[in-house]
Design a binder for this molecule. Structure first.
Ligand code: NAD
Ligand code: UDP
Length: 317
């Protein structure tokens, strides 16, 4: 049994991670300020002998013991992270400093939930980990993108300077049950709109692409990365690793698929493309395959069906 701290554990990804780690017999301490997550996401775990929940903001130091840390705390949807951009930067940067400090004191291994947004609006396609990115550092997405880039810098500096044992997962768009119906992300928006018979809001002409990974696949990837002890084919487990599903599609195709799978009569309504919206995004996952023997197994259609059932029940209740 490993004592594991998860910051942002009451969020979408964090709550699935808490669940899977407890099911694998570990002891989980979930830390969250409930900014975008909620107690409801982990209510079913409260009372489990291997689960503890603390309300805490990662801007502040935390004095607990842990053998492993997953640093997931950060608002992830554009409307959430742009609502208070200064707070977003502080969460990424101060959160990384505080959790790396904890890892240094405890000698813990620490995994950072980084993002494909470190590549910005990419000029290299698909995106391999050695691509350095194309980020507008003064635009409205910068609080998130640059906050996450700075967090990666801190991870590598703590690793070089203090020998902290780091893991860095660059997570690409992930979806599934427990996304919030009003978080503004494309999959939650489209499904909720389709189920309510409202127009599907397509930003721009819908030709921009994304590659969507189902939450169960992603959580398996995170756990494998955390567990990886040794280098494979010259790739150290401390190097950044892309985790995502390489199946790329346009946002217009996604809108049509959601309409088909929900059996909705919703029409498509065109809205302006948000500033700095990346034109294309697809993970190169060769490193994850080699290092972790990981690749996603849930196809978009099955993953969407699970997510649609979740939202259908949520909207009915
Ligand atoms: P989420 O908003 O559901 O979860 C984030 C959690 O962090 C929430 O529970 C929130 O309350 C908590 N939090 C935010 N600020 C905090 C603070 N200052 N102190 C303590 N807790 C705080 O988002 P998610 O989709 O579950 O994302 C989890 C992590 O994965 C984030 O770091 C995000 O950047 C990263 N990520 C997610 C995706 C994705 O597609 N879901 C893609 C790339 C990266
Ligand atoms: N998008 C859209 N309609 C919506 C929400 C999002 O067309 O109602 C588009 C958005 O402009 C982007 C893509 O869907 O091109 C993915 O958006 P999301 O906010 O989910 O993630 P990110 O842009 O961070 O990848």
């Amino acid at each position: 049994m490993t004592a594991i701290l998860i910051t942002g554990g009451a969020g979408f990804l964090g709550s699935h991670l808490c669940e899977k780690l407890i099911a694998s017999g570990h002891d989980v301490l979930c830390v969250d300020n409930f900014h975008t997550g909620s107690k409801a996401n982990v209510r079913h775990l409260i009372g489990h002998p291997n689960f503890e929940l603390i309300r805490h903001d990662v801007w502040l130091p935390l004095y607990v013991e842990a053998e492993q840390i997953y640093n997931m705390a950060c608002p992830a949807s554009p409307i959430h992270y742009q609502r208070n951009p200064v707070s977003t930067v502080k969460t990424s940067v101060l959160g990384a400093i505080n959790m790396l400090g904890l890892a240094k004191r405890c000698g813990s291994r620490i995994l950072q939930a980084s993002t494909s947004e470190v590549y910005g609006d990419p000029e290299v396609h698909p995106q391999p980990e050695h691509y350095l990115g194309h980020v507008n550092q003064i635009g409205p997405r910068a609080c998130y993108d640059e906050g996450k880039r700075c967090a990666e810098t801190l991870f590598f500096d703590y690793h070089r300077q203090h020998r902290v044992d780091i893991r860095v997962a660059r997570i690409f768009n992930t979806y599934g049950p427990r996304m919030q119906p009003n978080d503004g992300r494309v999959i939650s928006n489209f499904i909720v709109q389709a189920l309510q018979g409202k127009p599907i809001t397509l930003y721009g002409d819908g030709s921009q692409t994304r590659s969507f990974c189902y939450v169960d696949d992603l959580v398996k990837g995170l756990m494998k990365l955390m567990a990886q002890e040794r280098a494979v084919d010259g790739v150290s487990p401390t190097e950044p690793v892309n985790l995502g599903n390489p199946a790329e599609m346009t946002i217009r195709q996604l809108a049509e698929l959601v309409i088909e799978l929900t059996g909705s009569s919703s029409s498509i309504e065109y809205r302006p493309l948000p500033h700095d919206d990346p034109r294309q995004r697809q993970p190169d996952i060769r490193r994850a395959k080699t290092l972790l023997d990981w690749e996603p197994s849930v196809d978009l259609q099955s993953g969407l069906q699970q997510t649609i059932s979740y939202f259908r029940k949520l909207l009915q209740s």
